[in-house]
Design a protein around this ligand. Structure first.
Ligand code: SF4
Ligand code: SF4
Ligand code: SF4
Length: 342
């Protein structure tokens, strides 16, 4: 069947415009979570592991910070307000950095005398990579230097592949990956759940040394069930709190301990739903917005939207590409007609 140049142009321009319009109008109306542009959320990895941090159990001893440094061969760091030669200080960074992958922070209000009270109280928070189920850092990395293990779901970083673009730094909703500006070749640093220790059936450093079980290692579904058990407890009740690995498989079995619940837990389990869920979860008696964790975030991971839009745009480019191809073909044919002596 022969198609005239006029008809071809008409059809191609129509098709291209329709495809481009579809892409543009849907992009403009994209923010709704149920948007047709979103790709399916990624499921939890089959053997997903993580940590459960219980702020009510945390005593702020920072043993986990020291163990983290030791486990990952990171140097000690002096906080910004401390003179570099203050020998009384040791290992006291106040925020995540290229040298600190795990930090215990403190919330205070009023006279800060009552533990786990929002008013006139104080509470601790552990900051580290949450090992997102659908991580932005992995989605934006142009060279696949940031990867998520298909089995364990651990998000890790390959320094040999990294080109130092820092897209992962900008994209992480939790401000986790840090770029080392003091390294001539630059490097990204973040918690990798001590995967080198897990490979030897050892616990991540932080969970290994935590004296109270405030940092507990385990499979994410087990940790979520444990978090639900705790958040249902009432003040005055006694509960058993395990330490180390919730199932006692990694790092050997350890004794847990009984403890009276002093203050009601928030029902909110941080990481259960935020941004598509995270493999590291937190529970607390103080609301998470007070602990400086982002709470005004959607329940879908940002990559479901950004990757969905990207794919739609690529699909929308098929029409314009066809138009361009047709124009090139006819321009070439006309030029050939003009130069052909016959
Ligand atoms: S918390 Fe940030 S660095 Fe960690 S997996 Fe999620 S997006 Fe990546
Ligand atoms: S899992 Fe390892 S790297 Fe991550 S916070 Fe704990 S000790 Fe640090
Ligand atoms: S080791 Fe445990 S109790 Fe001590 S600061 Fe870390 S999480 Fe809290």
């Amino acid at each position: 069947m022969s198609v005239s140049r006029r008809n071809f142009l008409k059809r191609a321009v129509k098709g291209g415009a329709a495809a481009a319009a579809a892409a543009c109008t849907t992009v403009a109306g994209a923010p709704e979570p149920a948007n047709a542009l979103q790709r399916e959320p990624k499921p939890l990895a089959p053997e997903a592991v993580g940590l459960l941090y219980d702020s009510t159990l945390c005593i702020g001893c920072k043993a986990c910070m020291s163990a983290c440094k030791e486990s990952n061969h990171m140097p000690q760091e002096v906080g910004p307000d401390q003179p570099w030669n203050d020998t009384r200080q040791w290992d006291t960074p106040v925020e995540l950095s290229a040298k600190t992958l795990n930090v215990i922070k403190v919330y205070t209000d009023g006279n800060a005398t009552q533990k786990d009270h929002e008013k006139d109280g104080f509470a601790f928070l552990k900051r580290q990579c949450l090992h997102c189920t659908d991580p932005s850092c992995v989605s934006v990395c142009p060279v696949s230097a940031m990867t998520k293990d298909k089995t364990s779901g651990i998000v890790s970083h390959n320094p040999d592949a990294c080109i130092g673009c820092r897209y992962c730094v900008l994209s992480c909703p939790f401000g986790v990956p840090k770029y080392d500006y003091n390294d001539a070749f630059g490097q990204i640093h973040k918690c990798q759940l001590c995967k080198h220790k897990l490979a030897e059936n050892q616990l991540p450093g932080c969970a290994d040394v935590c004296p109270t079980g405030a940092t507990l290692f385990g499979k994410t579904p087990d940790l979520l069930a444990e978090a639900k058990r705790r958040t249902a407890l009432k003040p005055g009740e006694y509960a058993h709190y395990p330490r180390g690995d919730i199932n006692g498989h990694v790092g050997g079995a350890r004794d847990g301990h009984e403890k009276r619940v002093e203050v009601a837990y928030q029902s909110h389990i941080y990481g259960e739903r935020e941004l598509g869920g995270t493999q590291c979860l937190s529970v607390s008696a103080v609301p998470f917005d007070k602990l400086n964790l982002p709470t005004n975030v959607p329940e879908y991971g940002y990559p479901t939207l950004s990757e969905g839009i990207q794919h739609t745009l690529y699909a929308g480019m098929v029409g314009p590409a066809a138009v361009l191809g047709g124009l090139v073909y006819f321009a070439h044919r006309n030029t050939k007609d003009q130069h052909d002596p016959d």
